[in-house]
Ligand binder design. Structure first.
Ligand SMILES: *Cc1c(COP(=O)(O)O)cnc(C)c1O
Length: 443
């Protein structure tokens, strides 16, 4: 009997006891839930040995493969020393070293790290810190935030208020603080023939008009630098960030760079904002920071911001906290991840790998249903021309049959593989994606 296999039993128990995230659970009446027993490199294996190429880095977090021996070794070592201690009033080597190394990665511009556990909490912290900074400076009116159309910054109530993805936001809109959106420089929205840079400049004009009118009440602009992930891998020209930085300076508005997805080499540079040669006032990091091992997030900021909280009055301090703030195991995983970046010269070697994947993806660009194949660093995306509202789920299910883990966002199919993806895996990813497209086109 099918239902008596260990695999089937696990699925049955999962559907009975686990409320899965980002899911209408009823869809699992027909959509496969995928049991995973172990991982190795770019591959995930189910309990019966069936394998899936993890082309989305398991929700955009994995950098150097599943069960990476170097990160495993660091975690084993740390587990034998110290698993956790509160960070209020206490300190430990991994959190200090991580803060120092990340500060160096910003050229010393962002000298202070404030820790949390998940991406949305980092966004909450950046929003609260920005507001509190202005308040400490006697600028209480600065309490509004502005984000880009289509932005995604997480799903807790503060982060959701600056998120502009209807599916996640609309239901909870009555609970959210008011925030403003300005047009996104998403290159796909440019006029026909308009170069992405010209379009970015045009969109920066809209930001300028917004700030001109509202700067007195605006604390910060929050952006996903270069790639807006959850809205459908919208990519834009760095010129937008340069202009946004200048406008924020001119109008005394903070610039929050949400690099939760784009950080740690994903866009081709260590941080995406480097491509615009700017420094944000707040930098939110998470996802890849631990190589995809453990929840860890942080907000980096300038010394000048830090100084505005440094005072005899307790309430002028930043009293925000999370139980697992700066967890030593997570920090060690992050340090092991930074070691790999240095030892393997990952940013450099990813350049050749990125070019190789772009070349392998050319048959996809030529597919009659495919539009806008685009790339930024280690992210590729394209739209599939279809009116089927069930496209994303059907593509996901078909891809699984071909050993690919791909999870389209609406009509947008994207690749965001672990950086350790090899030659054969690249070929397999590209050729089987074409097979899935063909199968779905045939109906
Ligand atoms: C994933 C993501 C978040 C939220 O992070 P969580 O850990 O899922 O809360 C915020 N911003 C961006 C750009 C993200 O991609």
């Amino acid at each position: 009997m099918q239902t008596s296999t260990p695999r089937a039993l696990l699925l049955k128990r999962s559907l009975a006891a686990v409320w899965h995230p980002c899911t209408q659970m009823k869809e699992h009446e027909w959509l496969p839930l995928v049991p995973v027993a172990r991982g190795e490199g770019c591959w995930l294996y189910d309990p019966e040995g069936r394998r899936y190429l993890d082309a989305i880095s398991s929700w955009w977090v994995n950098l150097f493969g599943h069960c990476n021996p170097r990160i495993n070794a660091a975690l084993h070592d740390q587990a034998g020393r110290l698993e956790h201690v509160l960070l209020a009033g206490f300190s430990h080597e991994p959190v200090v070293e991580l803060s120092e190394r990340l500060a160096r990665a910003t050229g010393g511009a962002l000298g202070h790290c404030f820790y949390a556990s998940d991406g949305a909490s980092a966004v909450e912290i950046a929003l609260k810190m920005s507001f509190h900074y202005w308040r400490n400076c006697g600028r209480d009116a600065k309490k509004r935030f502005v984000s880009l159309a289509g932005s995604y910054h997480g799903e807790t109530l503060g982060a959701l208020a600056v998120t502009d993805v209807a599916l996640f936001r609309d239901t909870y809109a009555p609970l959210l603080m008011g925030a403003s959106q300005v047009p996104s420089p998403d290159g796909r929205r440019a006029d026909p023939g308009e170069p992405p840079r010209e379009f970015a400049i045009r969109c920066a004009g809209a930001l300028e008009r917004h700030l001109e009118e509202h700067h007195r009440v605006t604390a910060a602009l929050i952006v996903e630098p270069l790639v807006q992930g959850a809205t459908g891998m919208a990519m834009y020209d760095p010129e937008y960030l340069r202009r946004a930085r200048a406008l924020c300076d001119r109008y005394e508005v903070h610039l929050i760079a949400d690099e939760i997805m784009t950080g740690f080499g994903r866009t081709g540079t260590f941080f995406a904002h480097e491509q615009a040669a700017i420094t944000p006032d707040f930098l939110c990091l998470s996802k890849g920071i631990t190589g995809g091992y453990l929840p860890l997030s942080l907000v980096m900021t300038r010394d000048a911001v830090y100084q505005a909280f440094y005072d005899d009055a307790v309430a002028r301090g930043f009293l925000h906290s999370h139980s697992y703030t700066g967890n030593p195991l997570a920090c060690r995983a992050a340090l092991a991840t930074l070691d790999i970046f240095e030892q393997d010269r990952v940013i450099e070697s990813n350049r050749a790998k990125s070019a190789r994947i772009t070349a392998a993806a050319q048959p996809i660009a030529g597919h009659p249903r495919v539009k806008h194949l685009r790339n930024c660093g280690m992210i590729w995306a394209f739209e599939v021309d279809t009116n089927d509202p069930g496209f994303a789920r059907k593509f996901f299910a078909r891809a699984l049959e071909k050993e690919l883990l791909l999870r389209p966002l609406g009509n947008t199919v994207y690749f965001m593989p672990p950086y350790v993806i090899g030659e054969e895996e690249i070929e397999l990813l590209a050729s089987r994606t074409v097979e899935v497209l063909d199968a779905l086109s045939a109906g």
